[in-house]
Design a protein around this ligand. Structure first.
Ligand code: PLP
Length: 514
C-alpha cells in the first residue's frame, strides 16, 4: 500500500493517493493535502545523495515517499525533468560568498526562476497520474490547466506543461501589467498545447475572472461533455509542486558536506525569501526528514504578514494594504501554504486549522493557540526588508563579493544577516537578476524604488538593459531563455476583456483546437 494524503481541514474522510492528490490539487472543502507518513533519511543516506546526478536524487526521495507511480516511470520522468533544459549540470549549484554564507541558485532552469524546480516536475507527475488513474478506472477525461499570473508562475507553467501528453495549458496575464521580459517570455511561448491571453485590467481582474470560470459548474459540464476535459490549476497548493522542492534542501546539505563547508551532522540555517510559504515549507519537511537544519529564517518584503505572524501568532490582513515592491513574487497577503505548516505544528489538528481558515475568510484574521505559537517560534525566525534596503543590499553584496543578487534574494540576504547565528547559512536564491533588470539597475546606481530610470535606459528593451548591466558588472552570463527573447517571434497577441463570458469562450476555442 502506497503512502496516502490527508486533508488539512479534515473534511475528506478517505485519504487519497499521490496521483489523486496531484490531479485534484485541492481537497474537497478547500483543505490541502499532506502526506500521512514522512520518510526519514539517515545522515549517511543524505550525504550519499551528493554522489548521484540530481535527477536520481529526486527520484530516490520520491520513492522514499512511496508515491503510487512505478519506480521505472519515476526514474524516466526525473531524467526528463532535470535534463538539458537546465544550464548547469548541477541543476542548482551552490555559490559560496564566504566560508559560512552559501547561495543555492535555484534559477538555472528554462525560465530563470526557482519555480522551474517544481514546474519541470509537476506536469510530468500530472500527465503520469492522469494516465494511471484512467488505467485504474478512476478517471475518464483529461485536463486543461488554466493559470492567472502576475508573471513568474505563468511562464514556468507554460514551459513545464509545453508538449506534455494529455494536458493543455492556458495562461492569462494582465495586459501591460508585467515587465517587458515577462511579456516576451509568455507571448513567444512554443508548444501546440499552449495558449496565452493578455487580459485588460490588473492582476486582480485577471485572477477573479479565472476564479469565476473555475466555479462555473455549467461551464465545467459543457467542457466535459463536449471535449472530455476538466479544468485544473498549477499553483503552489498542489502537493506535486511541493515535493520537488524538498529535494534541493536535502541535496543542498549533502553538497555542503561534500564541499567541506559543513561537517557531516553539524547544523546549518536556511533562509528563504517567502511569499506563498511553499519554498520554506519544503525546507521544513527536509528538516523533519532528518536534514540537520536548525533555524528556518522566513524573509518578507514590505508585505510582512508572515513576519508579523511568526512574531505574534496573529495572522491579520483586516487592515493591511497590499504593496507593490521590487520583489513582486513575494507580494502576497494570503500565504496559502502556511495552512500545511500549521496543520503539522498544531499536532495535525484539522479542526483547529479549519477554524483558523474560516476566521481568515470571515474576519480576515486568526490567532493560533499558545502551544502552536511556541512550536512556530521554536522552528522559525523571521524578518522583513523594505524597498530601499533591498536595493541597497544588491549594491552592497555586489561591491563586497562581486556577485549580483536579484531583488528577492537580496531581501533574504538582508534578513538572514540580521537573524543568523553561528551556523553556516544556506540562502535560497529564487531568481536570476536578469528577470528583474530594472530594479537591479536601480540598486546598482543608487536609485530609489520609485525613481524613474534615466531616459536612455528606459528606452532599452528588457534584453538590451540586461546586456548593459552584464557589461557593467563585467560578467556576460545571462540565461539563454532570457537573452534570446528579442529574436523570437511573438506568437500570442490576443487581448481580451476580463468577463467570465469572454474567458470561457477563449477556453472553449482552445479546447476545440487541441
Ligand atoms: C514564487 C517566488 C517566491 C516565493 O516563493 P513561495 O514558495 O511562494 O514562498 C520568491 N521568489 C521568487 C523569484 C519567486 O518566483
Amino acid at each position: 500500500m502506497s503512502n496516502l494524503y490527508l486533508d488539512t481541514r479534515g473534511y475528506c474522510t478517505e485519504p487519497v493517493s499521490f496521483t489523486e492528490a496531484v490531479v485534484k490539487g485541492l481537497a474537497d472543502g478547500g483543505g490541502l493535502f499532506v502526506p500521512q507518513n514522512l520518510p526519514s533519511l539517515t545522515l549517511e543516506e543524505i550525504v550519499a545523495l551528493a554522489d548521484k546526478p540530481y535527477a536520481q536524487r529526486a527520484a530516490e526521495i520520491y520513492k522514499r515517499f512511496d508515491i503510487d507511480i512505478p519506480d521505472e516511470t519515476i526514474d524516466a520522468l526525473m531524467d526528463d525533468a532535470y535534463g538539458a533544459q537546465f544550464d548547469s549540470e548541477d541543476i542548482c549549484p551552490i555559490t559560496s560568498l564566504d566560508e559560512n554564507t552559501h547561495i543555492m541558485e535555484l534559477w538555472h532552469g528554462p525560465t530563470a526562476a526557482f519555480k522551474d524546480m517544481a514546474l519541470q516536475c509537476l506536469p510530468r507527475f500530472f500527465s503520469a497520474s492522469t494516465k494511471l488513474l484512467i488505467e485504474r478506472g478512476k478517471l475518464d477525461h483529461q485536463f486543461m490547466i488554466l493559470v492567472a499570473t502576475s508573471g513568474d508562475t505563468g511562464k514556468a507553467a507554460l514551459e513545464g506543461f509545453c508538449d506534455v501528453d494529455g494536458v493543455s495549458i492556458g495562461v492569462m496575464y494582465p495586459d501591460g501589467g508585467v515587465s517587458d521580459i515577462q511579456y516576451k517570455q509568455m507571448a513567444t511561448q512554443r508548444g501546440k498545447n499552449a495558449r496565452v491571453w493578455a487580459v485588460k485590467g490588473n492582476f486582480d481582474d485577471c485572477q477573479s475572472g479565472v476564479k469565476a470560470v473555475f466555479s462555473d459548474e455549467k461551464f465545467a459540464a459543457k467542457l466535459l461533455a463536449d471535449h472530455k476535459l476538466a479544468l485544473s490549476s498549477a499553483n503552489s497548493i498542489n502537493w506535486g509542486r511541493l515535493l520537488p522542492q524538498v529535494v534541493y534542501y536535502i541535496s543542498g546539505y549533502a553538497k555542503l558536506v561534500v564541499k567541506g563547508a559543513v561537517k557531516a551532522g553539524d547544523p546549518i540555517d536556511v533562509c528563504v525569501p517567502t511569499g506563498n510559504f511553499g519554498n520554506i515549507l519544503a525546507a521544513w519537511y527536509a528538516k523533519q526528514m532528518g536534514t540537520p537544519i536548525e533555524n528556518l529564517i522566513c524573509a518578507s518584503n514590505t508585505n510582512r504578514v508572515l513576519t508579523d505572524f511568526i512574531e505574534t501568532g496573529t495572522y491579520d490582513i483586516s487592515d493591511r494594504e497590499f504593496v507593490l515592491t521590487p520583489s513582486p513574487s513575494m507580494d502576497i497577503l494570503i500565504s496559502s501554504n502556511l495552512e500545511r505548516q500549521l496543520f503539522e505544528l498544531s499536532g495535525r489538528n484539522a479542526q483547529a486549522v479549519a477554524q483558523w481558515q474560516a476566521d481568515l475568510k470571515d474576519k480576515r484574521c486568526f490567532t493560533v493557540d499558545a502551544e502552536t505559537l511556541a512550536r512556530v517560534q521554536e522552528t522559525f525566525k523571521a524578518g522583513s526588508t523594505d524597498d530601499e534596503a533591498c536595493l541597497a543590499t544588491i549594491k552592497e553584496v555586489f561591491d563586497q563579493f562581486n556577485y549580483l543578487l536579484d531583488p528577492h534574494t537580496a531581501v533574504a540576504y538582508r534578513v538572514a544577516n540580521e537573524q543568523r547565528g553561528a551556523n553556516p547559512l544556506l540562502i535560497a536564491s529564487t531568481a536570476h537578476w536578469a528577470k528583474f533588470g530594472e530594479n537591479v539597475y536601480r540598486g546598482l546606481h543608487g536609485l530609489a524604488a520609485k525613481d524613474a530610470l534615466p531616459e536612455d535606459i528606459a528606452a532599452l528593451s528588457g534584453c538590451e538593459l540586461n546586456r548593459f548591466i552584464a557589461k557593467e558588472i563585467n560578467n556576460p552570463y545571462i540565461p539563454k531563455g532570457l537573452d534570446e527573447l528579442d529574436e523570437l517571434p511573438i506568437r500570442f497577441t490576443e487581448v481580451i476583456d476580463s468577463s467570465i463570458e469572454t474567458m470561457e469562450e477563449c477556453a472553449l476555442d482552445f479546447a476545440r483546437a487541441i
